[in-house]
Write a protein of this length. Structure first.
Length: 80
């Protein structure tokens, strides 16, 4: 299993991060806000834990979506 992690940057708006968490990880507003604040305050936040293929797909989807909207939001996966 792999953790999908968002990394903080100084440019991506908080609302965009919340939208990403809701869209790609099916989180409600409260859960998404909690993770966004963790990313903002601690530099990183775990979005979920998935099998390797699903985690890799989520990382690619989030990265592509961020690039498409011209945000530098970084999403990585780490072995759990």
């Amino acid at each position: 299993m792999y953790k999908v992690v968002l990394l903080n940057d100084d440019y991506t708006p908080m609302d965009f991060v919340i939208a990403v968490l809701q869209r790609f990880f099916s989180l409600d507003t409260e859960q998404a806000t909690r993770i966004m604040l963790k990313v903002h305050n601690e530099g990183r936040g775990v979005c979920g834990i998935f099998p390797r293929d699903i985690a890799a797909t989520k990382v690619e989807q989030v990265s592509a979506f961020a690039r498409q909207h011209q945000h530098p939001l970084a999403c990585i996966m780490e072995e759990n």
